[in-house]
Structures are given as structure tokens and as C-alpha cells.
Write a protein that binds this ligand. Structure first.
Ligand SMILES: [Zn+2]
Length: 373
């Protein structure tokens, strides 16, 4: 395949669900341009109507907010409180939560909400993480299975009518056609954009991962006959989402950024977990770009940085692997770093990676011509 780059941002056509369209822009950039035509006042009114419907029900909790303590979930919580909702906030507890992640989560709870910190059986989570790394070269499948399932489980069991998510990543980062329902996180969305390699909990059941130990990953319907349907909506559909905007609002409300970026460009994103950097790093093997490309592309679209300056930042970054986090991951999975790179190597996309005469891998048609491979 020929690697094609968006002429506006820094994303290539290898990014899942992203296409370079007729105007040379990627679908994420074109989605961004379409946002200019959105009547945000109308969308806000739509949200207001939902709030009124919920409040009329006089429930114990009005909505579930899936939270990590990050800038986006802090923003979601602030917004919901602003509109008078009484949310139950729910976290899938990452086994690799950072110190700053815990502090930010504590801050979020202190805004005035009840909270559930849901911990998955650590041994099962560890095995599943390693299995998914071996099978798909992906370390975040257990995270995504848990993250998308647990809040809905909680909402369904407590008869809470809405789960309020943050931004619609399929709209912000890639392809979603205009006919597609952008408001709801439904089964179709989860299947296509849930970052689980199209797997469900059932697909991972084995002797070492028995179904009765994987309860957190199985959806509500698996064990319950009760006919309660909770609706999942994206707050980013009703209010324009921009990472810098959500950061500024959250910062005013006690959220703290890191001292430097853990991965990518932002020091206020991807800071609450040690392994997220590995999840993003593996994109280099598979798709020929890293988290830095994602973040800088958002900055380009928001016109806070030029494309040429962003390319300079990539050059100065050098795209080195996150070795410290890789070591932590290896310790967690009880494997050597050699084994890690051996497995990662299996997922190098040979359609885009070729070997040069010095027997070194390089990407044909990389965004930067004179890259030092
Ligand atoms: Zn683009």
C-alpha cells in the first residue's frame, strides 16, 4: 500500500477508520471543518431537553459519568453539575494508575459527586493484557473492554437512564460518515471504534481466563433478563470539544497537568496511566505514526500551530520508544524487554515498512524525507 498523508494535518491513511478524501484532507480534518456549520445553540437546547426529562424522573442518580480523573472527565463532571444533574461517577481502576492520576481523580470526586472505583481481578487482567499483546500487539484491549462495559453495567443495575461520555473519538480522530448517528455510543459504535480489535469478552474465554472470572468484561444482557435500557450519549455532540478548552476548564477546577508530556504533545493528557504510552507507541509499528502526530494534528486543525512547525517538533522529538513504561509493562507481564520487542516486531506492518541497504527498517513515503532511520 502507498502511505498517503493528509495535506492539512499529520495523519496517514494507515490510521484505522481514517481516509484521505478528494480534497487531500483526511476525514478527521473534514469532520473538523463540518463542525463550523453546527448550530451549537441548538445542540445545547437538545441537551437541556434531555436534562429536563431526566430531572422529571426524580431518580437516585440522574446519569453515570465514566471518569478517569483526566481533563475530559473532569469537564464532563463540571458540565453535568452545572446543569443540575446528580451523577454517579464510575472508574475502571487501571492497575497502572499514576500518582497524578489518583490526585486528579480525588479532585474530580471533591467537585461533589459519588464515585465507584471498579477494580478487575488483577490476575485475570494481567493475563488478558499479555494475551491481547501477543495476539494483536495491543496492550489496551482489557482497558477498553472494561472502560466501555463497566459504566453501562452500573447504569443498568441502578436503573440510571443515561451514561454521559466525553468526546466522540470517531468524529474527532477519524472516519464517521455524516449519516451516522454522532450522538450515541451504541453497539455499532462500540464494535467499530471501541479499540477492542472487534472482540468481546466471550472471544477471550479460555482455561486460564474462565468466564466466571471475567464478569467485569461481560455486558449487562449476559446475566440479566431485566429489560432496562440505558442510553449512552457523547457530551462532545452537544458542546464543542477541544482538548485545550476542556483542560482550561478543568484546571480552573483543580485539575493538574504533568510536568511534561508522558506521550504525545500534551502535558495534560494521557497522564493517569503508565501503559497508555505503550498503547500509542505500538501505532508506530502498525501504522507509521505516534501519539505526537494525533495531538499535533488537533493543534493544526485548531490553528494553534502550523503544519511545518509541527513537523519540526516531530524531528526534535525523534520518536523514541517509551522505555521506562515498557520496562514497567514487562515487569507487570513478567517478560523480558527483549521478549517485548520480539512480540512488537511481529506487528510491524510490512506494507509500509521496508529495509534499506544497511538492513534498517524505514517507512517508504514517510512524512519527513530525510528522517534518520
Ligand atoms: Zn488531516
Amino acid at each position: 500500500m502507498r502511505l498517503l498523508w493528509c495535506k492539512n494535518c499529520l495523519l496517514p491513511n494507515t490510521r484505522p477508520n481514517l481516509f484521505i478524501e478528494k480534497n487531500g484532507f483526511c476525514s478527521a480534518c473534514n469532520n473538523f471543518l463540518k463542525k463550523k456549520n453546527v448550530n451549537w445553540k441548538k445542540r445545547e437546547n437538545e441537551f437541556n431537553k434531555i436534562v429536563k426529562i431526566i430531572k422529571r424522573k426524580k431518580l437516585r442518580y440522574d446519569c453515570v459519568i465514566p471518569v478517569s480523573g483526566g481533563k475530559d472527565s473532569t469537564w464532563q463532571t463540571i458540565k453535568c453539575l452545572e446543569y443540575g444533574l446528580n451523577p454517579l461517577t464510575v472508574t475502571w481502576r487501571s492497575p497502572q494508575r499514576t500518582k497524578i492520576g489518583q490526585e486528579n481523580l480525588d479532585n474530580l470526586i471533591s467537585l461533589g459527586v459519588d464515585h465507584i472505583d471498579w477494580t478487575v481481578n488483577p490476575e485475570i487482567e494481567r493475563k488478558l493484557t499479555y494475551e491481547s499483546f501477543k495476539k494483536f500487539g495491543a496492550v489496551a484491549i482489557p482497558m477498553h473492554l472494561a472502560m466501555f462495559n463497566i459504566p453501562i453495567l452500573v447504569a443498568s443495575h441502578f436503573n440510571i437512564p443515561y451514561v454521559i461520555w466525553g468526546e466522540n473519538s470517531a468524529v474527532e480522530y477519524g472516519k464517521i460518515n455524516s449519516k451516522y448517528n454522532q450522538k450515541n455510543l451504541d453497539k455499532n459504535w462500540y464494535k467499530n471504534y471501541g479499540v477492542t480489535h472487534n472482540t468481546t469478552a466471550e472471544d477471550w474465554v479460555s482455561k486460564t481466563l474462565p468466564k466466571n472470572k471475567m464478569s467485569s468484561y461481560f455486558n449487562y444482557e449476559t446475566y440479566s433478563k431485566k429489560n432496562f435500557k440505558t442510553e449512552s450519549i457523547f457530551l462532545g455532540y452537544f458542546f464543542k470539544w477541544d482538548p485545550l478548552k476542556t483542560y482550561k476548564i478543568s484546571k480552573k477546577n483543580g485539575f493538574k497537568a504533568g510536568k511534561s508530556a508522558r506521550t504525545g504533545y500534551y502535558k495534560f493528557a494521557d497522564i493517569d496511566d503508565y501503559f497508555i504510552s505503550i498503547h500509542h507507541w505500538l501505532k508506530w509499528y502498525k501504522f507509521g505514526f505516534t501519539r505526537l502526530f494525533d495531538n499535533l494534528s488537533l493543534e493544526i486543525r485548531n490553528k494553534r500551530i502550523s503544519r511545518s512547525h509541527a513537523i519540526k517538533l516531530i524531528k526534535s522529538d525523534g520518536l523514541k520508544p517509551p522505555l521506562e513504561d515498557i520496562r514497567k509493562f514487562c515487569k507487570y507481564c513478567n517478560i523480558s524487554t527483549n521478549k517485548f520487542f520480539h512480540i512488537a516486531e511481529k506487528f510491524r506492518n510490512k506494507k509500509i515498512w521496508k529495509k534499506n541497504k544497511n538492513n534498517k527498517f524505514f517507512i517508504n513515503n514517510f512524512i519527513i524525507n530525510n528522517w534518520n532511520w
